[in-house]
Structures are given as structure tokens and as C-alpha cells.
Write a protein that binds this ligand. Structure first.
Ligand code: 13P
Length: 254
């Protein structure tokens, strides 16, 4: 197996004013900037991106945005373009988060267009997928995840897919305190990697990192990261405090 660098990202969602964001990032710099063997990113809300980027300069912590719009520019009130994110130093952008699919009408097709626009601007993508509780209970987890992967990545060639990280976030585990068991997560991660192999190649599938997201905590990170196909975590609630996020980033030391 190719060594995939573990990747822990904090999705702050709609939390933190600029002042609060800077406080958190200063604490993170103090506690995790020297950690090796793990890639780390934080995704503040749009309003704090610029200030956080300034604060992160010279560190290895990367900046991520939580969304973008796929058009280059124009009359799209309230939207943010890929170039705007690139210009202020974003490295990653989260696309297709279940909250966007659930509350803001995002579909597999709009996710696909957003990924294309992000990659076109040289941004790396954290592409989110995952089934709802109802879909899991109806035994449709694999079918849903397969559809999301195939449609979300439609048209992309191997070169492009290399710039993507997949985040498997079962919707029923997000913000509920109900983490998928490591076995439940590993089963879906293995399935996703298998689909990537069919769509692309073994080499590509082995190289793509698949994060798990959904109630990740310092208590459960180690168990999740011990599995072969779990390459990192997309952390919501526990990324809002330096203490818990740092512990997650330092999972190897636990
Ligand atoms: P929680 O860690 O709060 O469950 O959120 C997960 C998530 O949605 C990260 O994108």
C-alpha cells in the first residue's frame, strides 16, 4: 500500500467572528504547528478567511474554504468565486457538504460543477459524500455513496482526481454524537476506494485520501485512524476548541 499522509481538517461551519477565529488559530499555532506526519487544515467562515490566512503565514496549517460558486464572476449576489478564494491563499475548499445538500439545494450536479471550477483554479477539493439515516436503514448506503461519487466526479480524468480528498460523512453521525463505528466507517471507505479503482485505476484509488467525518472526538480518533482505508478526519464541533482539535491532530501520540 502506498503511504497516504493522514489529513485532519476542521470545518468551523457558521461559527467564529474574526476575533474569535484569530484567537483559535493563535492557540492552534502554539499547540500543533510542530506536529509532523499529518497534514492539517482549518476551514473558517468566509468573513474570517483573510485574517486567518495572515495569521497562518509561515506555518504548515493550511487554509480551506467551506464552499464556492462555480462561475468565474458576474451577477451572482452573495456568491464567492474560486479565484477569490485562491487569491487570499486558500489551499482547499470543501464541496458538497451534507448541510449544503440538505439546506441549500446542492445536488450531485452542482457539486460536480463546483469541483470542476475549484480544480480549474488550482484549489484542492474536500469532496463530501454520505448517506442519511433513512437511506442507511433502507439498506441503500452503498448505492447512495456510489451515485454521489460517480456523479460528483463525472467527466474528471485521473490527473484531476488526484487533487481531490473524499470526506465520507454519514449524515446521521454529524453533530449527533453518534459516530459510525470504526467498522461501519471502514466498510464504506473500502467500498469507495473500490469504486475509485473501477472508475480510474488501482494506483489512483490507492493514492486518494478518504477522511471520515461525523462526531469525531479525541476519544474516537485513534480507533478510526487505525483502519486501513481511513486516512483522516473532517471535524466539526470538536474543531471549534484548540484543546480538542489539537488532541485529534496528535492522535498518534495517544
Ligand atoms: P461534527 O464533527 O460536529 O459531527 O461535524 C462533522 C462535519 O460535518 C464536518 O464537516
Amino acid at each position: 500500500m502506498m503511504g497516504r499522509l493522514p489529513f485532519i481538517a476542521g470545518n468551523w461551519k457558521m461559527n467564529k467572528t474574526v476575533g474569535e477565529a484569530l484567537d483559535l488559530v493563535r492557540q492552534l499555532k502554539a499547540s500543533i504547528s510542530k506536529v509532523e506526519g499529518v497534514e492539517v487544515a482549518v476551514a473558517p467562515p468566509f468573513t474570517a478567511l483573510y485574517a486567518v490566512q495572515k495569521e497562518l503565514e509561515g506555518t504548515t496549517i493550511k487554509l480551506a474554504a467551506q464552499n464556492l460558486f462555480y462561475e468565474e464572476k458576474g451577477a451572482y449576489t452573495g456568491e464567492i468565486s474560486p479565484m477569490m478564494l485562491k487569491e487570499i491563499g486558500c489551499h482547499y475548499v470543501i464541496i458538497g457538504h451534507s448541510e449544503r445538500r440538505q439546506f441549500f439545494g446542492e445536488t450531485d450536479e452542482t457539486v460536480n460543477r463546483r469541483i470542476e471550477a475549484a480544480l480549474g483554479q488550482g484549489l484542492k477539493v474536500i469532496f463530501c459524500i454520505g448517506e442519511t439515516l433513512k437511506e442507511r436503514e433502507e439498506g441503500r448506503t452503498f448505492a447512495v455513496v456510489e451515485r454521489q461519487v460517480e456523479r460528483g466526479l463525472r467527466k474528471f480524468r485521473e490527473m484531476e482526481v488526484k487533487g481531490i480528498v473524499i470526506a465520507y460523512e454519514p449524515v446521521w453521525a454529524i453533530g449527533t454524537g453518534k459516530t459510525a463505528t470504526p467498522e461501519q466507517a471502514e466498510e464504506v471507505h473500502r467500498f469507495i476506494r473500490g469504486r475509485l479503482e473501477k472508475l480510474y485505476s488501482r494506483e489512483i484509488a490507492e493514492g486518494i485520501r478518504i477522511q471520515y467525518g461525523g462526531s469525531v472526538t479525541p476519544e474516537n480518533i485513534k480507533g478510526l485512524m487505525s483502519l486501513e482505508n481511513i486516512d483522516g478526519a473532517l471535524v466539526g464541533g470538536a474543531s471549534l476548541k484548540a484543546e480538542t482539535f489539537s488532541k485529534i491532530v496528535r492522535f498518534k501520540e495517544m
